[in-house]
Write a protein that binds this ligand. Structure first.
Ligand code: C2E
Ligand code: MG
Ligand code: MG
Ligand code: MG
Length: 296
């Protein structure tokens, strides 16, 4: 990984020296043109507190409504944005859309927190914490209305240079989560030092709880249980993603996970559809049903 200075003086990462195919260049140009035009949409996925069955908030997940290719998932353009130096603008756009929506939910009486995903270039930009502070003020939101998710891999990239930004964000009072936890080889010693509030266990662990042989499942259970124990011992909350069934939900609750997210509780959807979920007892019912199903 080599850092390079962008046109704006903002630093970003250029992963490797890949071949710039014409398609890639074309995608980069149309992404650059799409920023700020409303082609980027934010969908929201509900997160649920397992003890109360209440909604904990939502995760903002970006989509690109491409003029000819249809609705694109982040995997097909987020890495491009990062490589082309467009990530800082993309993050700000997602943040702005999400905070504006959060404000609308709060005005409707819904105490929702939104979680926004960050990339390496965000954490390398010393101006980023001030931008976050400014946007929160603009939308009249307390820092507790915002969570920031950073993958374990990103956090491990450049610990020294990201430490300052991470520290400032935490000081602001926004909640910080380590995303895809368990896939990125962070050491326990490092975890102890990190200024974070939550661990978000990668969905591959939940998948392994539910399929494979008995031995495989038993090992997955041991890993999930000990990760929950570790998080709690370090004073962190533990969130699980990828919950696709009542049975998985019930197991995770029994292991002591704090918050769950997954298709079983709700898929990422446009804001209007999520509003109905946030204000209905549907989620509570799903959590109850999971418990009932497991005991009968
Ligand atoms: P992530 O942050 O780990 O988000 C969770 C991903 O898992 C989402 O995929 C979500 O739709 C999917 N998911 C949720 N529940 C389930 C489930 O029960 N089963 C399965 N199989 N999948 C589930 P999505 O929306 O395609 O996003 C993929 C990744 O793209 C995200 O992973 C995140 O790393 C990145 N991403 C999304 N939006 C943004 C953004 O605004 N900025 C940045 N930097 N990255 C983003
Ligand atoms: Mg995430
Ligand atoms: Mg994740
Ligand atoms: Mg992921």
């Amino acid at each position: 990984y080599g850092a390079k200075s962008g046109r704006t003086g903002v630093e970003y990462y250029r992963p490797g020296a890949e071949v710039n195919t014409l398609l890639r260049l074309d995608m980069i140009e149309s992404l650059r043109a799409a920023l700020g035009t409303g082609q980027l949409e934010v969908h929201y996925q509900i997160k649920v507190e397992l003890d109360s069955g209440r909604s904990h908030g939502v995760e903002a997940l970006v989509r690109w409504r491409h003029p000819t290719r249809g609705l694109l998932t982040p995997e097909s353009f987020v890495p491009l944005a990062e490589q082309a130096g467009l990530m800082r603008m993309l993050t700000i756009e997602v943040l702005e859309t999400s905070l504006a929506q959060c404000r609308r939910w709060r005005e409707a009486g819904l105490e929702v927190a939104v979680a926004v995903n960050l990339s390496a270039s965000d954490l390398l930009d010393r101006a980023f914490p001030d931008q976050v502070r400014g946007l929160l003020a603009q939308y009249g939101l307390l820092p507790s209305a915002l969570e920031l998710e950073i993958t374990e891999t990103t956090l491990m990239l450049d610990r020294v240079r990201t430490a300052a930004v991470l520290g400032e964000l935490r000081e602001l009072g926004v909640q910080i989560a380590v995303d895809d936890y368990g896939t990125g080889y962070s050491s326990l010693a490092y975890l102890q030092e990190l200024p974070v509030d939550m661990l978000k266990m990668d969905k591959s662990f939940v998948t392994r709880l539910e399929d494979g042989s008995g031995l495989r499942r038993a090992k997955a259970e041991a890993i999930v249980r000990s990760t929950v124990g570790l998080a709690h011992a370090l004073g962190l909350r533990i969130v699980v993603e990828g919950v696709e069934s009542a049975s998985a939900l019930d197991k995770l609750r029994n292991y002591g996970c704090d918050v769950a997210q997954g298709y079983f509780l709700g898929r990422p959807r446009p804001a209007d559809e999520v509003t109905a979920m946030l204000s209905s007892p549907v989620v509570r019912a799903a959590v109850d049903a999971a418990a009932t199903e497991a005991t009968t």
